[in-house]
Write a protein that binds this ligand. Structure first.
Ligand code: AMP
Length: 301
């Protein structure tokens, strides 16, 4: 049975009690409208911890004015059902007035890692994310926290925050879950029209083609970034925000592709902004691509 908790005091007490009984606490922070990607995080938490807390909070701090805060899809009933099916112990669904009873004057901000990529188009976004994640970690206490590699920059930023602030938290990155045709699962996919949904497959197609080029020996980062841009730009209705080749931990630019490398893209389809990435491990001639899970590997045209 999954308990639904709506206050900070009750969540803190439940986590303290679980740890007091020797249980390891697992935290899965989300904005709700749960899909198979979120469910995979809950399952990962189930496998390695004993008391799984899923938080559902559409955090106003991480949306800029004019972004989709008001229309962000919400379905608390469905989310509680999904959490129950996946065996979560607690759903934390606090109203905004509980999380921010007064406008918060404090921000947790990670420098440099947040300056580019999604931080360029959304300059206040990551401060909103790190502030709410720090707050959730402060409420939940020592735990293992699970994040999806779908949001690769967010994962790097959260890891750095936890490290810099010596938070008593293990951060675990989980595989990116895709639709059968390769589109990365996202709550925002619900915004896409039929035509946009079809066009959106170009993101993964272009990432996979770029990963293939690296596997085939291409090591020039600018060439691979141009490949990504070219293939995305060729699809009608898809406007590139960025298509980049970066160091996977520091998000810095690269000349040559070697080590842990992120191929990262963001694009707009109408009003909807989607992101995707593929992580490469390149050691000399050996290239391993982390394409994620859930798609049909032979689904290529
Ligand atoms: P969100 O609800 O979009 O804020 O996402 C909550 C968590 O779920 C974050 O750690 C995301 O990275 C993760 N997540 C979202 N979509 C996916 C996906 N397709 N695969 C894996 N994890 C995901």
């Amino acid at each position: 049975m999954t308990a639904v908790i709506e206050t900070i005091a009750d969540l803190r007490a439940a986590c303290d009690e679980a740890r007091g009984a020797g249980r390891r606490v697992g935290l899965v922070p989300t904005m709700g409208y749960l899909h198979a990607g979120h469910r995979s995080l809950i399952r990962a938490a189930r496998e390695t911890t004993d008391f799984v807390v899923v938080t559902i909070f559409v955090n106003p701090l991480q949306f800029a004015p004019g972004e989709d805060l008001d229309r962000y899809p919400r379905d608390l009933e469905g989310d509680v059902r999904a959490c129950e099916e996946e065996g979560a112990d607690v759903v934390f669904a606090a109203p905004v007035a509980e999380m921010y009873p007064k406008p918060p004057k404090t921000r947790v901000s990670v420098a440099d890692l947040t300056a580019d990529l999604c931080g360029r188009a959304r300059p206040t976004h990551f401060d909103g994310v790190t502030t709410v994640v720090a707050k959730l970690l402060s409420i939940v206490g020592p735990c293992t926290a699970f994040f999806g590699r779908k949001d690769a920059q967010q994962l790097a930023v959260v890891r750095r925050m936890v490290d810099d602030l010596s938070m008593p938290v293990d951060v675990v990155g989980c595989p990116l879950v895709r639709e059968a045709d390769g589109l990365a699962l996202s709550s925002r996919n619900a915004y896409l029209s039929h035509d946009q949904r079809e066009a959106a497959t170009v993101l993964f197609e272009s990432l996979r083609a770029a990963a293939d080029a690296v596997a085939g020996g291409e090591r020039d980062a600018a060439t691979v970034a141009e490949m990504l841009r070219g293939s995305i730009a060729a699809r009608d209705g898809v406007e590139i925000d960025y298509a980049e080749v970066r160091d996977a931990a520091e998000m810095t630019t690269l000349d040559r592709i070697e080590g842990e490398v992120l191929l990262a893209v963001a694009a707009r389809l109408g009003e909807t902004r989607l992101i995707d990435n593929v992580r490469l491990t390149v050691r000399g001639d050996t290239v391993t691509a982390d394409l994620g899970t859930g798609f049909r590997p032979d689904g290529r045209e």
